[in-house]
Design a protein around this ligand. Structure first.
Ligand code: CP
Length: 306
């Protein structure tokens, strides 16, 4: 298992053994996330965010600061030379002179791979269009294991926008490496994209349906996603599915007492605020776990941890 210098582009590039190692190292990072460390002193992270973000960018930057490193970057491409027509490859070839690793978020599928192909430093995919968001999946798995004590044996429902939601694509690929039963709950028009479905169905039991109420009593993990309004090519199509699922206290009536609710966030209206105070709601703990996991990923790809 070699992580030093490695790009993190797709969950499909990782074995179960490698994912377990990332989760194990993350557990050892928990105390360092509280006390801080100088493990990455002198190292610089570049965050190149061509799309909006709160959690991914800020948690990577926080992770780097907690490890004693520093960061540069942008959250608004309009203030960069991309505005003058510079292409992504040239931007990456430039930034690799300034930084030891790069986190990229971009609307184009394949953009992280392209960046990794031209960069000499490790590139980490911070979200590529509707395609993948691997560091969120590591965070989700870490949260499941921390809260449920295991991943094998879990029954997990992915709910909402399974077509345009990139987090569910990465998470589904990862869960398919474990002994997990997966329920895919979405409106017909937002079903899991075919390439992902084909891969996961060949590995684990998968049920697709639109009935959340019938699914809730069966599951251990309810993973809710936002309908990705910004990715719909047609506003009328979005209007048809807007508000398709709303998790409130009534929805949760039939749930197992120890079921947990996750959400990569941001949420809009798919989880009512009244759910936040329930012991099942773990989505803000998931945010904390995102720092811990990203500390792990940075320390692994920069060779501070084996
Ligand atoms: N979960 C996630 O990717 O959140 P941001 O879009 O705020 O980074």
């Amino acid at each position: 298992m070699e992580f030093k210098g490695r790009d993190i582009i797709s969950i499909e590039d990782f074995s179960q053994q490698e994912i377990n190692h990332i989760l194990d190292v993350s557990k050892t990072m928990e105390p360092l996330a509280k006390t801080g460390s100088d493990m990455l002193k002198g190292k610089i992270l570049a965050t190149l965010f061509f799309e909006p973000s709160t959690r991914t960018r800020l948690s990577f930057e926080t992770a780097m600061l907690k490890l004693g490193g520093n960061y540069i970057g942008f959250a608004e491409p309009d203030i960069t030379s991309a505005r003058k027509g510079e292409n992504l490859a040239d931007t990456v070839r430039t930034v690799e002179n300034y930084a030891d690793t790069i986190v990229l978020r971009h609307s184009l599928e394949g953009s992280a791979k392209l960046a990794a192909d031209v960069a000499k430093v490790p590139v980490i995919n911070g979200g590529t269009g509707a395609q993948e968001h691997p560091t969120q999946a590591f965070t989700d798995l870490y949260t499941m294991r921390k809260e449920k004590g295991k991943i094998d044996g879990l029954k997990v429902a992915l709910v909402g926008d399974l077509r345009y939601g990139r987090t569910v694509h990465s998470l589904a690929y990862a869960l398919a490496l474990y002994n997990v039963e997966l329920f895919l709950v979405s409106p017909e028009s937002l079903r899991m994209r075919k390439d992902v479905l084909q891969t996961i169905k060949s590995k684990i039991p998968v049920t697709e349906n639109a009935n959340l109420e019938a699914t809730i009593p069966k599951i251990d993990v309810l993973y809710v996603t936002r309908i990705q309004k910004e990715r719909f090519p047609d506003a009328a199509e979005y209007a048809k599915v807007k508000g398709a699922y709303k998790i409130d206290l009534k929805t949760l009536k039939g749930a197992k007492k120890d079921m947990i609710i996750l959400h990569p966030l941001p949420r809009v209206d798919e989880i009512a605020a009244e759910v936040d105070a329930t012991p099942q709601a773990k989505y803000f703990q998931q945010v904390w776990n995102g720092i811990v996991v990203r500390m792990t990923l940075l320390s692994l790809v920069l060779g501070a941890v084996k």
